[in-house]
Design a protein around this ligand. Structure first.
Ligand code: FES
Ligand SMILES: [Fe+2]
Length: 345
């Protein structure tokens, strides 16, 4: 069951330029395109004979032309022209989805359009702030989006899955002080790893004197996980708010359900140190990409086993507290949507 009344990241804004782009969001095939600088999202199915408009559709002025027999559609999905005839039947239209460009991201809503309030799109100013630098990573992962949400809400896997990248000491991760709260319609997981070894990834950014005080502060709402992470020299006041002089990262993880067993992962990691250093930027980017591929392998392995063993359950452990709260929040949202009958698009 998809949660449809939710803003999800459909793509990075820069991905949608002259050519239409295909996505599937909550099981719906969507074509994203840009006319005169404005982005739009339509059902990726021509009303004439079902041709996917993303497969060679042409943007021309403010219309999208079907690549099969040339029907033309505007941003609202209305058919404006049919080659070889001088009239367009009433009702010749395809579904249009609310789509908003903000902070370098395209946010889509596939639920009840009457409930699509752009004011509820999470603001992510780091993408527009010259004091921060970021690069995008896009992955398609063959797993239910909830497995990726679980993964991001339980960072004890870092010491095992990400030994070679952002890892650190597995015992320090597993034993970290952790607080899980559910407030403001979000789940917050705070983890502090005091007096621990800096991981290789952090050493790229700063010459630490020795051990560090490390923080991981996670905020989850359906469609988006944000993770503030960083570290400073141990005992210099990180937990009292003094976080200068080390490394700080703002992780953006746009998690979008694609089908029941696949999702999109839109990742950025903004950093506020050593800006403009392209070589460092490339190393951090490559390390982040390697990290995400480590997660992808785990998630797709899990999903395969789950499909092979339908109905078999799992045990929960202490580290699952955040993930379980996240699942509860999604279940509540799905139940609310079912109650208000608002899932129609
Ligand atoms: S299928 Fe699109 S114009 Fe015929
Ligand atoms: Fe991971």
């Amino acid at each position: 069951m998809f949660l449809r009344n939710c803003w999800y990241v459909a793509a990075f804004a820069a991905e949608v330029a002259a050519q239409p782009v295909a996505r599937t969001v909550c099981g719906k095939a969507v074509v994203l395109f840009r006319t005169g600088g404005t982005v739009a999202a339509l059902e990726d199915r021509c009303i004439h004979r079902g041709m996917p408009l993303s497969q060679g559709g042409e943007v021309d002025g403010d219309i999208l032309r079907c690549p099969y027999h040339g029907l033309e559609f505007d941003r609202a999905g209305m058919c404006r022209k049919i080659p070889g005839q001088d009239y367009v039947p009433s009702g010749a239209r395809i579904a249009a989805f609310p789509l908003v460009e903000r902070n370098g991201l395209l946010w889509i809503w596939t639920g009840d359009p009457a409930r699509a309030d752009p004011a509820t799109i999470p603001e992510h100013h780091y993408h527009n702030d010259p004091r921060w630098e970021w690069r995008p990573v896009f992955l398609e992962i063959e797993c239910d989006w909830s497995l990726l949400n679980d993964n991001l809400l339980d960072l004890t896997h870092l010491g095992f899955v990400h030994k070679k990248t952002i890892g650190g000491d597995p015992a320090a991760h597993a034993g970290a002080e952790m607080k899980v709260e559910h407030r403001d319609g979000r789940v917050h997981v705070t983890r502090w790893l005091a007096n621990t070894e800096p991981p290789p990834f952090y050493r790229l950014g700063h010459a630490f004197k020795g051990k560090i005080d490390r923080w991981q502060e996670i905020e989850f709402r359906p469609g988006l996980v944000r993770i503030w992470t960083g570290g400073t020299d141990a005992g210099t006041g990180a937990y009292e708010g003094k976080r200068e002089g080390g490394v700080q990262f703002m992780g953006f993880h746009g998690v979008t359900p694609r089908t029941a067993h696949s999702c999109y992962y839109h990742f950025t990691q903004a950093r506020n140190f050593r800006l403009g250093e392209t070589e460092l930027d490339e190393r951090i980017h490559q390390a982040a990409f390697a990290t995400l591929l480590e997660d992808k392998a785990v998630l797709e392995g899990q999903q395969a086993r789950m499909l092979e063993n339908p109905g078999r359950g799992f045990i929960d452990i202490r580290a699952d507290a955040g993930g379980l709260q996240g699942r509860r929040l999604v279940e509540q949202c799905v139940a609310d949507e079912a109650r208000t009958g608002a899932a129609a698009a």
